[in-house]
Structure formats: C-alpha cells, structure tokens
Design a protein. Structure first.
Lengths: 261, 395
C-alpha cells in the first residue's frame, strides 16, 4: 500500500491514465539565480484530495504551490492544472488562476475596500457578474466562514483570524477547483489559529481539493489524505499521515519530525 | 495654569531663555504686522486697483461669467466634498462643530469680507451673497443626497460628475467667450493653475505607470521624459516656450501665451507628479499584486482597482504639495511670457501716476502674498481632511 501511494505521488510517465488529477507536476525545476529552489518535482493532486506539504523553512514548499498558479514561473518540466498546461500564454495563466484559489500567510486583503467588496472582487471583475449577484455570492461565502456581520467593515478593523477567514471566502467566491494554502496560520496569534484551521477542515469535509503548506502537524494528521515531506527543494517522502508521522522511512524525515515533535 | 507654564515654558533655565527670546520675537513680529496692516499700510492702492489685481482688463460686461464660475466652484466644493463622517467619528458638541467650521472656512470668509470691503460696491456684495448661497445650496444638496431615497441610489461617480458639471461648463464658456489677451490678475493665475492641475494629473499617473511598465520602449520614453523635464528649471522652460515656438510656427497661428504657460506647467508638473506616484506604487506591498493575480485579475485591473488607488492615497500630501507649488509658480509666467498675471499687475500699479516713487510696492506685494497664502492654506487643509477621510480602514 505504501509503495502504491508513493508511486502515485511522484512517479509519472507521459499522459498515463490520470483523468481525475487536478494538479500534475512533472520534472519541475525552479531556480533563483544559482540557487535551485525546486529539483525534479513530480507531484499530483487528485480530485477531492487534501495534500499537506511539510518541511523545514527554505525547503521549497511555498515555491512549489506558488508555481501552481504561476506566482512563480517554473524553469523546467510540465505543470498541468485541470487539463490546462501552464505556458507563457497569458490566457492559459488567467484560465488556471480562475480555477485555483489561494490563501496567503499575510492574508493580503485589499485594505482600501470593505470586506464585502474584497470577496465580491473576483466574481465581479473576473467572472463579470452583475454587482448585486456578486455581492450576494460574497455574502454567502462570508456566511460560510462565519463572519457575515463583518461585511461592511474594512480589513484593518478585523482580527487576524477574521481577516484570514475573509481571505478564504475571497478565494472560495471564485468557485475554484483547487484551493492552495500557503502557511495560512503562520502569521496568526496562537488563540486565532484554530478558527482558521476549523474553516479549512470544514472545506475538506465538503470535498474541496486542497494543497496546504503548514507547520501545524496536528492539523496535517487529522485532515490530510497524503502528507508530502520536502527538504532542499526535493520531495523526500510521501505517505498517508499515519505512515509518514508514525513510520517515516527516510532519515531526513525522521530527523525533521524529531526536531519539531 | 501656573503648573502648566512651569512645566512647558520654564522647566530648566535654558527652556526659560528660549521661551523669553522666542516670545519676544513673536510679539515683535506680530506687532510689526499689525502696525503695517492697520496703521502704516496705505491700502488705497489696492482699493483703487482691486479689479485690475483680480481680473485684469477683463471686459466688465462679461464679468458675470467669472462670478458665476466662482459660485459654481463654491457649489461644487460643498456638494461633492462636504461631510460624510467616518463611521467611528465621535459625536461633537455644537461648539466644537462651530470651531471646526471657523478653522476650515474662517480664513476664506475673512478674505471674502476683506475683498468686499475693499471693493465697496453693491455688485461685489451681490457676488459674495451669491457665493454664500451657492455654498449653502451645495451643502443642502449634499445632505439631501444621503437622506432622500431617490438620490441615494445615484452612483457616486455620476453624482460627482453632475455637481462638477456647472463649474466645468462655466469655465469652458468663459474660456471660449472672453478674449484671452485681455485677461489678467489673479484670475489668470487661478485658471492656469486649475487647468494645469486637471491636465497634469492623468499625465503624471500615466508616466508613473509607464516608468514601471514591462515594455522597454514605454519605460525608456517615460524615464527619458521625466528625467529631461526634471533636469530643467521651470523658468527656462517657460522662456523657451515663449521663444522656441517662433522658430517652427509662424507667429499668426502660434498659440497664445496663456496656452503656452498651461502647456509648460502641465508638462513640468506631470514629471514631478510621476515620481511621486511611482513612489506611492512602490510603497504597495507585493502581496497586493499577488492577491490580485491569484483571483485572476488582469494586470490592468490590478493596477486600476488595487495598487493605484492605494498608491494615490498614500501620496496625497506630496501630490497636494506639488499642486500648491504649481499654483504659486504661476507668478513666473508674468516675467517669462509677459502674461499680465497678478504679480505683474502688482508691480505695474505702483507705477501709476498717483503711486509712482512712493514705495507702494510693499502694500502691493503684501496683498498678492495674502491671496496666494489663503489659496495654498485652503488646499493644504482640505488635503489633510481628504487624507483623514480616505484613511478609513487603513492604519
């Protein structure tokens, strides 16, 4: 079993029967000047799958998920999202960004717009929805993350946890096929971490496909279908939470886990 | 009270010395000023030449156009900019409200009264009354807009255009009807400044965006333009615009000097504005751009919906500073292009038979300074208000 999961995740040749994959990466390299941030990444996310990426800082976790929606440009290899390959073609990039929602470490809400306008921005400006319809949709998603009463406030008037939930609602309002979370709780005060994690867990239960970069091991254990351990720009080991946390095979994984647990 | 004085003015012997020295200095300056204004100043030169100073030889039968424009601008000020309170603003007592009103409008009202007194005619009183009526009408409409149901539905942009349109229409009408060569006085400084500000703003923003463009050609052109213009003194550019054009265009179809002045002020200020706006754009965190990209916004939409609005708001003080400087620099147009603007008039009137050789230049310049000071002060105050209001939600 463990062998099979490992194969699924990392070894991919050609266009092998892979219809339910939403994200596939094949032999992806990313370099910043002389530094190789990603080395030969083979990675796959299936429909309704929750993949959690862990690893020491500087290991390339964030770079990996930022390549999926082209916030970073990969130098080599192929990335296919929902059947569209990421190339230099700006239309492809826009198409993929419509289908991927992203939540950032620092929320990155638009400070000059109200919470409601923040969430309605995507549907209104990208999907060209009429204003009233976009705002109704935004309200629906604010209710989903349990802060409809904050709709008319500005981001700075909210707590960090509330801001991050608005950011989640903003990403969801685009009805994405996959959600990317880049350390969503790292900038939060400890008492606010759980409200954000709960919102993410709920999404997982509703069947949202997700890639989550996080340091919250308890969360990873509870929610992940697969956990990916990265170090030095490489995927070192992939497995179910049980396999990876309780029975790591690689030395580097063991060392990392012993340091944080 | 005594403790306050002890603490703030005489805490140490050195503080005491500073307090005494600067206190004496302030009293002396203030006294000289009062003495000049009330006792030694010979203001008849202003009284006699008030019309010349304000509008030059503008034809009397068309003066209603200017008066109506001033009223329309007053109407716009209160109708468009007046009062929506920040949602968390504290409730203020009537006294505090009155204090705020005096702080905001007191200077302008005082200047208005001064002008009416100096003019001493009934028509000037009528104009002042008209301005007050326009201010009140604008204020009333502004309140109605937030209370009356039908009006609340009008989108903000359309509202702004509606209340601004009378002023724009009247200014345009004035420009078309009146003979520009007869214009003069403060009116021409005011119009050159207003028109240049309106024109240089979009140009400056475009240049700033151009300098940050990913297209090398656009970047090169913008950067060259900005650095060339910023490297030349304004006065030289004004002189050049007066002389250089004659080489290329026959004099009879060459544009008038006011047109040239507006062009130079626009092009000049745009270059400075571009750098200010670029600074604003650089102050926006990269995460804003990434968040925009992540929800699928196009580059244009990210610029105009997300980064530019925040950037412009961050640099309001610097922008207004540039506009104030433009407003005051219009006095250079007199020397460089022989435009009969207020500074030129203020010099010319001291050479009239009645005043020649009696040192009236002090009174004359003092009056001009007062006009510019009030104008600049109002701009700076209103910009602070604007900043505070737009600052809602950003800390």
């Amino acid at each position: 079993m463990s062998e099979k999961v490992f194969t699924d995740a990392t070894v991919m040749s050609g266009n092998r029967n892979d219809e339910d994959a939403i994200v596939t990466m094949q032999g992806v390299y990313k370099r910043f000047k002389d530094f190789e941030a990603l080395k030969d990444i083979n990675f796959r996310v299936g429909t309704q799958e929750v993949v959690v990426i862990i690893g020491p800082s500087g290991s390339g976790k964030s770079t990996l998920i930022r390549c999926i929606n082209r916030l970073e440009e990969h130098d080599d290899g192929r990335i296919v999202v929902d059947g569209t390959e990421l190339t230099m073609d700006i239309r492809n990039i826009q198409e993929i960004r419509k289908e991927t929602g992203m939540v950032f470490q620092n929320f990155n809400l638009f400070p000059h717009l109200t919470v409601l306008t923040n969430v309605a921005m995507g549907p209104r400006q990208v999907r060209n929805m009429p204003k009233s319809e976009a705002e109704a949709l935004a309200m629906e998603h604010l209710t989903r993350v349990k802060i409809p009463e904050q709709a008319d406030k500005y981001p700075s008037q909210l707590s960090g946890g509330q801001q991050q939930r608005v950011a989640i609602a903003r990403a969801l309002a685009m009805k994405p096929k996959v959600m990317l979370f880049d350390e969503p709780t790292s900038a939060l005060d400890p008492e606010m971490i759980n409200e954000v994690l709960d919102a993410i867990k709920e999404l997982a239960q509703e069947g949202m496909t997700m890639v989550v970069v996080t340091h919250e091991m308890g969360f990873a254990r509870e929610v992940a279908d697969r956990v990916v351990f990265m170090a030095d720009g490489e995927i070192v080991e992939v497995g179910t939470p049980k396999e990876l946390f309780d029975n790591p095979r690689e030395e580097r994984t063991k060392k990392f886990l012993s340091q944080i647990l | 009270m005594t403790t306050w004085i002890r603490r703030n003015l005489f805490r140490t012997w050195w503080d005491g010395v500073l307090t005494v020295v600067f206190g004496a200095l302030s009293i002396w300056v203030l006294w000289s000023l009062v003495e000049f204004v009330l006792i030694t100043g010979r203001w008849e030169i202003i009284e006699v030449n008030l019309k010349l100073l304000l509008v030059g030889r503008f034809p009397a039968e068309q003066l209603w156009l200017v008066n109506a424009s001033v009223m329309a601008i007053a109407f716009w000020l209160t109708a468009a900019l007046g009062g929506k309170q920040a949602p968390d603003a504290p409730v203020r007592s009537p006294l505090a409200k009155f204090g705020g009103f005096v702080q905001r409008f007191g200077l302008v009202i005082a200047l208005g009264i001064l002008l009416v007194v100096l003019a001493g005619t009934q028509s000037s009183l009528a104009v002042a009354g008209g301005v007050v009526a326009a201010l009140l009408a604008g204020r009333g409409l502004n309140i109605a807009r937030r209370r009356v149901k039908g009006l609340t539905r009008i989108p903000g942009v359309i509202w702004q255009i509606l209340v601004l349109s009378p002023a724009v229409a009247l200014i345009a009408l004035t420009l078309m009807n009146a003979d520009l060569e007869l214009w003069g006085g403060f009116l021409i400084n005011f119009y050159i400044a207003i028109i240049s500000i309106v024109l240089c703003f979009p140009l400056g923003v475009l240049l700033a965006l151009g300098r940050k463009s990913t297209l090398p050609i656009v970047r090169l052109i913008s950067t060259t333009y900005i650095e060339l213009i910023r490297g030349a003194p304004l006065f030289v550019l004004l002189l050049l615009s007066g002389v250089a054009l004659e080489f290329f265009v026959p004099p009879d179809i060459a544009p008038g000097s006011v047109f040239r002045a507006v062009t130079v002020f626009t092009l000049f200020t745009a270059a400075y504005l571009a750098e200010i706006v670029r600074g604003g754009l650089q102050s926006i965190p990269k995460g804003q751009l990434e968040a925009g990209k992540a929800i699928g916004l196009s580059t244009w939409k990210i610029t105009f919906l997300i980064t530019l609005p925040q950037a412009l708001r961050n640099v309001i003080p610097a922008q207004i500073g540039q506009f104030i400087s433009l407003f005051k620099d219009t006095t250079l147009a007199g020397a460089a292009l022989s435009i009969v603007e207020v500074l030129k008039v203020s010099e010319a009137i001291t050479k009239q038979d009645d005043f020649l050789g009696k040192g009236y230049i002090y009174e004359s310049l003092a009056f001009v300074s007062l006009l510019f000071w009030v104008g600049s002060y109002v701009m700076s105050r209103e910009s602070q208000r604007l900043e505070k209001r737009l600052g809602v939600g950003q800390r």
